[in-house]
Design a protein around this ligand. Structure first.
Ligand code: PCA
Length: 215
C-alpha cells in the first residue's frame, strides 16, 4: 500500500463550496487500487495553512502528498512550479492580504513539483478527462501551500514526493453561469485524480514530451 495525503481547501472569497475538498473526500472514500488515502481540509489562510499541512504530514506519514485547490481551469491542472512570493489578490479567510512577501525568507526562488507531471497529465488525458500542465499556481494561498509543501519535503529529507493540482469549478457554482468559466462535475474531477495518483505512485520518473509554451 502506498500512503497518500490529499489536501483540499475550505471555501474562500465569494464561494460557499470548494470542489478541491469535495474531491479529496471522494478520493478518501474510494481510493485508487493499492493506495491508502488520508484527506485533510486546509484553511484558506496564509498564516494557518502551512502549520495545518505540516501537522497532517506528520500524522499521516505519507509517501506522496497531493495538495488540491480551486481555480477556473478547464480540467485537471497539474502545477509545475511553486514560487517564493505571496501577492494576494484579495483577503484570505482571516482578512489578511500579504503583498510581495517571501513565503520562506531565505528559501529558494522556486521549487518544482516532484511528481511526474507530464506522465500524469497524459494519463489523465488518455483516460478521457481534460488535463494540462500549468506554469503558475498564482500567488494566493494555493501557491503558498505548494511552496510550503515543497520546502518541507525538500528540507525534512524523508524522500516524500509531492505536488499541487488545481481543479475546476463544478457546474452548479454561481461563478460558472455568472462568468461563463469552465466547469467539471466533481465525480469526474475525482476520477481524473485517481488516474493521476495511480500514475504518480507507479512512476518516479517523468516522460520527456513537449508541453511547453511561448506565452
Ligand atoms: N484556491 C485558491 C486558494 C484556495 C483554493 O481552493 C488559490 O488558487 O490560491
Amino acid at each position: 500500500m502506498t500512503r497518500v495525503l490529499v489536501t483540499g481547501f475550505e471555501p474562500f472569497m465569494q464561494d460557499t463550496y470548494n470542489p478541491s475538498w469535495a474531491a479529496a473526500q471522494l478520493l478518501r472514500e474510494k481510493p485508487p487500487e493499492g493506495l491508502e488515502v488520508t484527506a485533510v481540509e486546509l484553511p484558506c489562510v496564509f498564516s494557518r495553512s502551512l502549520p495545518a499541512l505540516r501537522q497532517a504530514v506528520l500524522s499521516a506519514d505519507p509517501e506522496i502528498v497531493l495538495c488540491l485547490g480551486l481555480s477556473p481551469r478547464r480540467g485537471i491542472s497539474i502545477e509545475r512550479v511553486a514560487i517564493n512570493v505571496d501577492d494576494s489578490p484579495g483577503l484570505d479567510n482571516d482578512g489578511a492580504q500579504p503583498v510581495d512577501e517571501p513565503i520562506v525568507a531565505d528559501g529558494p526562488a522556486a521549487y518544482f513539483s516532484t511528481l511526474p507531471i507530464k506522465r500524469c497529465a497524459k494519463a489523465v488525458h488518455d483516460a478521457g478527462i481534460p488535463s494540462d500542465v500549468s506554469l503558475s499556481a498564482g500567488t494566493f494561498v494555493c501557491n503558498h501551500v505548494f511552496y510550503g509543501l515543497m520546502h518541507l519535503l525538500a528540507t525534512e529529507g524523508k524522500g516524500r514526493r509531492g505536488g499541487f493540482v488545481h481543479v475546476p469549478h463544478t457546474p452548479e457554482m454561481p461563478a460558472v453561469s455568472g462568468y461563463g468559466i469552465p466547469s467539471m462535475p466533481v465525480d469526474t474531477t475525482a476520477a481524473g485524480l485517481r488516474v493521476l495518483l495511480s500514475t504518480a505512485a507507479a512512476h518516479h520518473t517523468d516522460i520527456k514530451v513537449p508541453w511547453g509554451t511561448t506565452a
